[in-house]
Design a protein around this ligand. Structure first.
Ligand SMILES: C[C@](O)(CO)[C@H](O)COP(=O)(O)OP(=O)(O)OC[C@H]1O[C@@H](n2ccc(N)nc2=O)[C@H](O)[C@@H]1O
Ligand SMILES: Nc1ncnc2c1ncn2[C@@H]1O[C@H](COP(=O)(O)OP(=O)(O)OP(=O)(O)O)[C@@H](O)[C@H]1O
Length: 294
């Protein structure tokens, strides 16, 4: 898919960046089956693109199909409809998606698309909702949606909804994409998942930055992820993000990250991107607000 996935008559085009879980500790399981976790989220300057245009007939139409995801189940459509309903908005929207992020990769593509939809339509429909309200709506769509709505690198607790903004170094990352989609629900249901990591505070991050409790169970079930970690570990300390499949390492600059990317086998696609403490979608919306006020 190319950028032509978004036509020229889109009124607003916004990025939906990926996230990395720099660490992911699982502290326990709640009565409703969801897991209590602690994680460090950072955005990367790489992601999907969404285009929006208003419709006066109230219809929500996503014009880009994703294989295996029916129109009405797409998080973009679900986010748009819920916002429209809760805000009693009579306007609808045409939406286009330039999908670049691997699905089931642990880099939050679906959640980021949903968050960009909430932010984009809030702007286009001039609803004036604040981030708090949008994040609360977003949490009902997925545990990772609120951090994308807030748009700040954060230490997250609970199921990922209690967010403490943090200022982290912004290195370059190499993200390798093992060719397998992993179901988040399946990883959390694995009987071998460790669920008893002691709580830490953001000020007492362990040396090395913590670990990912999901990594051992995913490595065991998916040789593709194990192989990717072994390959990347030859160059840089590598870790899995979220519930996988993507694995990543950090570098002081783009040239070093690109050099390693070129040395990985063709069977393991990868990309490089800058870590960011502010989400690119927020930077773009701020720019629009400044231009609007000028
Ligand atoms: C692993 C992370 O990616 C870390 O950023 C997120 O916690 C997952 O967030 P997400 O993809 O938005 O996940 P959701 O769509 O909310 O949940 C998918 C499924 O994973 C399980 N799940 C998810 C999050 C969580 N804290 N505990 C869970 O047990 C639940 O079975 C849930 O039905
Ligand atoms: N717009 C969308 N983009 C991607 N996936 C979507 C979308 N809407 C619904 N989905 C569904 O959500 C599932 C998870 O997709 P996603 O790309 O967010 O996974 P992920 O990167 O593993 O996310 P996370 O890190 O939040 O676990 C997909 O397999 C798909 O069935």
């Amino acid at each position: 898919m190319t950028a032509t996935a978004i036509p020229a008559h889109a009124e607003l085009t916004l990025p939906a960046p990926a996230k990395l879980n720099l660490m992911l500790h699982i502290l326990g399981r709640r009565a409703d089956g969801y897991h209590e976790l602690q994680t460090l989220f950072q955005f990367i300057d790489y992601g999907d693109l969404l285009g929006f245009a208003r419709r006066s007939d109230g219809e929500i139409r996503l014009h880009t199909e994703i294989t295996g995801v029916p129109h009405d189940s797409n998080l973009i459509v679900r986010a748009a409809r819920q916002l429209q309903q809760q805000a009693s908005c009579t306007l609808g929207a045409d939406i286009w998606l330039d999908k670049r992020l691997p699905m089931g990769g642990g880099i939050g593509g679906g959640s980021s698309d949903a968050a960009t939809t909430l932010l984009g339509l809030n702007h286009l429909w001039q609803l004036g909702w604040d981030e708090e309200r949008l994040a609360q709506l977003g949490l009902g769509l997925g545990a990772d949606v609120p951090v994308f709505v807030r748009g700040r690198a954060a230490f997250a607790e609970g199921v990922g909804e209690r967010l403490q903004p943090v200022e982290l170094a912004e290195p370059w990352y190499l993200v390798a994409v093992p060719q397998v989609a992993i179901s988040t629900a399946e990883v959390f249901a694995d009987p071998e998942l460790t669920r008893n990591t002691p709580a830490i505070t953001v000020r007492s991050l362990p040396a090395g930055g913590g670990h990912n409790d999901c990594q051992p169970v995913v490595e065991k079930r998916y040789p593709e992820v194990r192989n990717a970690l072994n390959l990347l570990n030859k160059f840089v300390p590598a870790r899995m993000t979220g519930t996988g499949a993507c694995v990543f390492g950090s570098f002081p600059n783009q040239a070093d990250a690109d050099k390693v990317s070129r040395q990985l086998p063709a069977t393991l696609p990868s990309f490089t991107a800058r870590g960011c403490n502010r989400s690119p979608v927020h930077l773009q919306l701020e720019k629009l607000a400044t231009e609007g006020n000028a």
